[in-house]
Write a protein that binds this ligand. Structure first.
Ligand code: ADP
Ligand code: MG
Length: 272
């Protein structure tokens, strides 16, 4: 039977019914090729199935990328590791490629002043995980706190926390910008406690742990939160000068560099 005499209408209907859009799209061509080249039946079947599976995986990753809210161009491939000597490229690539830390719900914490590439680096890590079939959500920490507070008001905080459970990695960007009045409900602590040793968090902050008391209700809760976060974590200290500022300096005529010293912020600065 040649491609032109295939019962396309009926076959197309059946493939729609079975939700096999890729096979539907390729059936005529692959059947024709199979006839031309005299493939055994199982080879044709295999070829069709392989295409369907590959497309499904592709669409799944696409969906995960869309739901992740990651900025498309903040990838590890566009991150200039030479600009942040304190961060080991090998260590970051190991996190991107080996997911044992994700499986045991370990965390990544990134510290440094504004503009040093914390959001870019953590997004790059997020993209790498999405590429590998993981589910990631990138959110500003203060936005998530707001969302969780609304959920608590509506008595559906447990459901909202459970919804976040489908993400292998939750990226909380700019923890330090959670406002004092937002801290009062402790939802952020509940999120950290809920995910502890189960699901990973990646957190960026431009203030050291000692100043996190502005983000939680009281010192005891701050201590409890930090304790859980650091128990299984990789801490990346990014104490360099703002990348943007450096790029601006580089664009200036030589000899006009002003005092360009970084404002350093380490995880344990002024530790209590
Ligand atoms: P932070 O989150 O620490 O404030 P960002 O990640 O927002 O910093 O970085 C500020 C800008 O500089 C972004 O456009 C980012 O892509 C860029 N950038 C920062 N560091 C690097 C780097 N090492 N390589 C490439 N781009 C960088
Ligand atoms: Mg940032």
């Amino acid at each position: 039977m040649s491609a032109t005499t295939l019962p396309s209408g009926r076959l197309a209907l059946m493939l729609t019914e079975l939700r096999l859009p890729t096979i539907k799209r390729l059936a005529d061509d692959l059947c024709a090729q199979s006839d031309r080249e005299g493939w055994p039946g199982h080879r044709l079947l295999e070829a069709l199935m392989e295409h369907e599976i590959a497309e499904r995986e592709f669409r799944r990753i696409d969906r995960h990328r869309a739901e992740s809210c990651l900025t498309p161009d903040k990838r590890l491939s566009s991150f200039d590791f030479a600009a942040v000597p304190s961060v080991s490229k090998a260590q970051v690539m190991a996190l991107a490629e080996g997911h044992e830390w994700i499986d045991r719900g370990a965390n990544v914490l990134l510290f440094g002043p504004p503009g040093v590439g914390k959001s870019h680096l953590v997004s790059g890590l997020g993209h790498a995980l999405v590429d590998a079939g993981r589910r990631v959500l990138f959110t500003r920490c203060s936005d998530l706190v707001q969302r969780l507070q609304a959920a608590r008001r509506d008595l559906r905080l447990p459901q909202e926390l459970a919804r976040l459970d489908r993400f292998d990695l939750l990226i909380l960007d700019d923890l330090s910008y959670v406002r004092r009045d937002q801290a009062e409900t402790s939802v952020l602590f509940e999120l950290i406690a809920e995910r502890y040793e189960r699901k990973s968090l990646a957190i960026t902050a431009n203030t050291p742990f000692s100043q996190w008391s502005d983000v939680f209700v009281d010192p005891a809760m701050t201590l409890a939160a930090v304790d859980r976060l650091v128990h299984h974590s990789t801490i990346l200290e990014m104490n360099v000068e703002s990348y943007r500022r450096r790029a601006a300096h580089a664009a200036q005529p030589s000899g006009r560099r002003t005092n360009a010293r970084p404002t350093t912020t380490t995880a344990t600065d002024h530790a209590t």
